[in-house]
Design a protein around this ligand. Structure first.
Ligand code: VAH
Length: 314
């Protein structure tokens, strides 16, 4: 059985939905710090209101539901974390080590997302290698590198089956992202449909690695189903799907909404974070060790996002 901590967030909600489809509602237990969003998830199977740092409550849930895999998806994202670094450290690291301790006590595997945010200005920016310099300059990135090291430590020291993925900016249309630097790439689609215009908080030539949610969800499930004997890496794997900038994304939107226009009102904090991150990643380790392969490129994602948002009339 699977436990998803932070199950109502941008990543958590869609991994929860897919896991319930694949494994059955009662085999996927959800927790979050709130329960006032994503009602179908809260009411569709076992759900508990839990603070991710509350190891005792998580341990009781793991024992009650015979959990063998924990997806630890509770975290404060990059831009929001910069506003309150101490809170970001306490939640991101306090939550993670609580899950790792529970996993160690109960023999669970643990999935923890890392991010392109785990890289910094001294990291090679083009085709960032799997094994390279990681000196991020955001507190979010500090917690992501610390998280990768902590998960590898629990694997080597206590034999906890920890696995992780360095996600690019995730683009989705079910649950809004929670204060990330890549949120522009989600908002732009909603604004394109609503007003045919978007004011972007990053420069038009800012390249970042991005991934469409269906590919992100597939990767998170595929890595946990992978044969552990094939894994040379654990925390965390680079994966890549597409690398683009706001100007390029706007051009693809215009193939569907010809009069779409974009303007810029740069957010200096978010721009500094984005400038410290890679432009593109290489993901050979994920492809070789657990058969990672993206399905969506910018054209396919743009078509799917716009038609989904238009169909909902948002
Ligand atoms: C953020 N969406 O912007 C997250 C992610 C790579 C970006 O970590 O903080």
């Amino acid at each position: 059985n699977i436990l998803i901590i932070g199950s109502l967030g941008q990543l958590g909600s869609e991994i929860a939905l897919e896991c319930r489809k694949r494994y059955g509602d009662d085999h996927v237990v959800l927790t979050d710090i709130r329960n006032d969003v994503n009602k179908p998830l809260v009411e569709g199977g076992p759900f508990y209101l839990v603070d991710a740092r509350d190891g005792q409550s998580v341990d009781a849930i793991v024992k009650k539901h015979n959990i063998d895999t924990i997806y630890h998806l509770a975290a404060v994202l990059s831009a929001r974390a910069e506003k309150d670094p101490l809170n970001a450290w306490n939640l991101n690291m306090g939550g993670l080590i609580a899950s790792l301790e529970v996993a160690k006590a109960n023999g669970c595997a643990v999935f923890t997302p890392s991010s392109i945010g785990a890289f910094g200005p001294t990291t090679p920016k083009q085709y960032t290698p799997q094994d390279t310099i990681q000196r991020p300059t955001s507190i979010y990135g500090v917690t992501k590198v610390a998280g990768e090291l902590l998960c590898d430590y629990y694997y080597h020291k206590f034999d906890v089956d920890t696995r992780g993925i360095r996600f690019p900016g995730v683009i989705s249309n079910m649950t809004p992202p929670g204060g990330g630097t890549t949120d522009y790439a989600v908002e732009i689609y909603y604004e394109a449909v609503k007003s045919h215009h978007y004011t972007c908080f990053l420069r038009g030539d800012t390249y970042l690695d991005m991934i469409y949610m269906p590919d992100a969800v597939q990767a998170a499930i595929q890595i946990m189903e992978a044969n552990p004997a094939r894994l040379r890496h654990r925390n965390a794997f680079n994966i890549a799907a597409m690398s683009f900038c706001p100007e390029e994304q706007a051009a693809y939107i215009r193939t569907h909404i010809p009069d779409f226009t974009i303007s810029y009102d740069i957010d200096p904090v978010k721009q500094a974070i984005a400038d410290s991150w890679p432009d593109s990643l290489e993901d050979y380790a994920a492809r070789v060790e657990w058969d990672w392969k993206p399905r969506f490129d910018l054209a396919a994602m743009t078509a799917d996002m716009l038609t989904t948002i238009q169909r909902r009339g948002e």
